[in-house]
Design a protein around this ligand. Structure first.
Ligand code: NAI
Length: 343
């Protein structure tokens, strides 16, 4: 009998509970052996426990070291700090892995197979920001500090190289802005070049590119790239760009991998504009669940899940509205579960 795998489940806000339910149906159909510990965070955490990241949720992830998470709402401007960013810090989730693979053919860009590896803890996301008052304007000046460390960059780069080699990738492209932010992003480029010479030369190709040129080339000819590795802010932006190449946020999964835990989620947010309508596309979270199955080495189940998603979309032609179809979240999930069970 397969051993049970304890894991934390956070339904999240907005469309979170709808896409988490759909994903659980798929995992149940696969007989995935996760033993879920249900916890709350985000707006749900504030409403039910007075805290966007309750202690019980942190304790659960500390125990299971594995979580599947729906999107968490973060107020813009003021309000509480992002629970996502806090989770990354708390569990040192230094690598954010975001694959983008074409599943629905015939779109504006076909046959895309890219991976963005984003540094998740440093850079301009460390939250050292403040305003300076001048005369009677309290927001006259805004300041932010970015911090990138050699050790932090090296840890992420080693993860990226090892992952790329283990998954048969051919080329890593280091994305930076070292012509302007010479220290802040120069250290990342320099660390990559040194690491490549010392450890990875001959095992995989590596080149470097400035982020603005990278954005343009991704739009003109994305097939020239394979694995993009970059610092926090650039990774955030480029991974959404890359998600757009494969049909939008509804198709983009993400994994936050770290020293103390791994948390799997969709790249998209809580989509408050469509929450509760039963029309959200659950595929991004399902693909995140497939990455979670890979992480615990249940690769036969992850392959079955990916195959069933492909067949439901392209053979049964059942698609949600964001993909041009008319299926509800429930109808898509029902068709997918039937594909998982019947092949
Ligand atoms: P969003 O990703 O929630 O939505 C952007 C657009 O994409 C919306 O029109 C939405 O309806 C659509 N969309 C997103 N996911 C979809 C899906 N699965 N199926 C169909 N359509 C989908 O971004 P937005 O509106 O900027 O953020 C909403 C909230 O989510 C904010 O509070 C933000 O902080 C939070 N957020 C949380 C993330 C996380 O927990 N990892 C990531 C990004 C945003």
């Amino acid at each position: 009998m397969t051993q049970v795998i304890p894991a934390t489940l956070i339904p999240g806000d907005g469309i979170g509970p709808e896409i988490v339910d759909a994903t659980l149906s798929a995992l149940d159909a696969l007989a995935a052996p996760f033993q879920w510990d249900h916890q709350i965070a985000g707006l749900g955490g504030v409403q039910l426990a007075g805290d966007p990241l309750p202690q019980a949720t942190l304790d659960s992830i500390r125990r299971t070291r594995l979580a599947l998470k729906g999107p968490l709402e973060t107020p813009s401007g003021g309000g509480y700090r992002s629970s996502n960013v806090r989770l990354r810090e708390e569990f040192k989730l230094y690598a954010n892995l975001r694959p983008a693979l074409t599943i629905v053919p015939g779109g504006r860009y076909d046959k895309i197979d890219l991976v963005v590896v984003r540094e998740n803890l440093e850079g301009l996301y460390i939250g050292h920001e403040h305003y300076v008052q001048i005369d009677d304007d309290p927001h006259a000046v805004a300041m932010a500090t970015g911090i990138n460390t050699r050790a932090g960059g090296q840890r992420l780069l080693e993860f990226a190289f090892e992952h790329a080699i283990a998954t048969g990738r051919k080329k890593i492209t280091i994305v930076h802005k070292a012509n302007i932010m010479k220290a802040l992003t120069g250290i990342f480029k320099e660390t990559a070049e040194r690491l490549y010479e010392e450890k990875y030369k001959g095992r995989i190709e590596m080149d470097t590119i400035i982020v603005d040129a990278c954005a343009m080339k991704l739009v003109l000819n994305p097939w020239q790239f394979d694995v993009l590795v970059t610092t926090n802010l650039f990774g955030d932006i480029l991974s959404d760009l890359v998600a757009g190449l494969v049909g939008g946020l509804g198709m983009a999964p993400g994994a936050n991998i770290g020293a103390d835990a791994a948390i799997f989620e969709a790249v998209h947010g809580s989509a408050p504009d469509i929450a509760g309508k039963g029309i959200a596309n659950p595929i991004a979270l399902m693909l995140a669940a497939a990455m979670m199955l890979d992480h615990v080495k249940l690769t036969d189940k992850s392959a079955r899940l990916r195959h069933a998603i492909d067949a439901t979309l392209n053979v049964d032609m059942v698609r949600t509205g964001d993909l041009g179809g008319t299926a509800s979240t429930g109808a898509f999930t029902k068709a997918l579960v039937s594909r998982i069970k019947n092949g």
